[in-house]
Design a protein around this ligand. Structure first.
Ligand SMILES: Nc1ncnc2c1ncn2[C@@H]1O[C@H](COP(=O)(O)OP(=O)(O)OP(=O)(O)O)[C@@H](O)[C@H]1O
Length: 307
């Protein structure tokens, strides 16, 4: 059974293409209010998973529930509440951004005509295309097209956003704007599921992280838990040798002016060193980075080929 705050749940989800298990028995657990970062190298199975969540690809085995309903069985009721952006969104080049959104809204279920115009204006503004909404999409950069895709995903004011590599093709300014937008949406109650091969992007955005490695989930937990303090303190001192002598076997490792010392109370470590006349220039609780956690869990392999 899944809890009432579960937004996406998969059990033993698998997709095989011939002998290749593109997705190999994964149990996704995404909860209301999460920004869930779905991390994996190119070819690890992220897009295939996203497509199964949206009923676009049928699983070989396992189940998918989105907003408490089975997919693909209840797709018609569920999908109007889900905004999705997969790979490069298609658009008619000769039409404006607003006209594209209007067609898109009219084509799918749940796009109320009465509010269409105001919803289109609102989402164009949200994604930073307010000023160019009337221009033909033909002249749009890749980043602008990506934002237009995101505007389409937001049109129905969805409870859940499912985004596959949403910052693909965006410049640093565009990435920053999308990140801010996603955090704003999340703050006002939208659950966000986003796939990425960029560790830094997930680390900056996600509250919860799942890591896919060659079709398998090797890690799934809250970011805060994954990067919780290790119980050691990092000390910077210009007199590392003296500090080592004072702290003895409490020193777990040393690198130049930096020591890692057993004990999770920086003030206590500081008192010991300063009491012994050793100057201290920096003190922090040691936390693993997401990169360290992921590298420890995954094999580090990239693309693979069918066996
Ligand atoms: N329709 C298909 N037919 C055969 N193999 C496929 C098909 N779709 C995906 N694959 C294979 O399944 C594996 C997972 O692909 P998928 O696109 O899901 O990975 P990904 O993590 O999204 O990678 P990327 O970031 O490069 O899109 C890859 O090895 C891919 O070649």
């Amino acid at each position: 059974m899944t809890g009432s705050d579960t937004v996406i749940a998969t059990h033993g989800l698998r997709k095989a293409y011939g002998s290749l298990r593109a997705v190999d028995g994964i149990d996704l657990d995404v909860r209301a209010g999460d920004v869930y970062g779905f991390l994996g190298a190119n070819g690890s199975g992220k897009t295939t998973t996203v497509r199964m969540l949206l009923g676009l690809v049928l699983p070989t085995a396992g189940t998918v529930e989105v907003l408490g309903r089975p997919i693909p069985k209840a797709a018609r009721e569920v999908l109007p509440q889900v905004g999705a952006l997969i790979e490069h969104p298609a658009a008619y080049g000769h039409l404006s951004a607003a006209a594209n959104l209007s067609l898109f809204d009219a084509a799918g279920p749940g796009g109320v005509r009465r509010t269409r115009r105001s919803r289109i204006a609102e989402v164009l503004e949200q994604v930073g295309l307010g000023g160019v909404g009337k221009r033909p999409v033909r002249g749009f950069s890749l980043g602008m097209r990506q934002r237009l895709g995101l505007a389409g995903a937001l049109l129905r004011r969805p409870a859940l956003l499912v985004l596959d590599e949403p910052t693909n093709g965006l410049d640093p300014q565009g990435i920053h704007e999308i990140r801010t937008l996603l955090l704003d949406l999340n703050r006002t109650g939208t659950t966000v599921f986003l796939s990425s091969h960029l560790l830094a992007e997930i680390e900056q955005l996600a509250t919860r992280v799942g890591v896919l490695d060659r079709g398998r989930m090797v890690l799934q937990d809250d970011l805060a838990t994954l990067t919780a303090p290790t119980g050691a303190t990092v000390v910077d001192t210009p007199q590392a040798e003296r500090a080592r002598a004072v702290l003895g076997d409490r020193v777990l490792s040393a690198d130049g002016d930096r020591l890692v010392v057993r004990g999770a109370e920086p003030a206590e470590v500081n008192a010991v060193l300063v009491g012994a006349g050793v100057p201290v220039s920096g003190l922090t609780l040691q936390r693993p980075t997401l990169e360290e956690v992921v590298l420890a869990a995954a094999t580090g392999s990239g693309d693979r080929v069918a066996a």
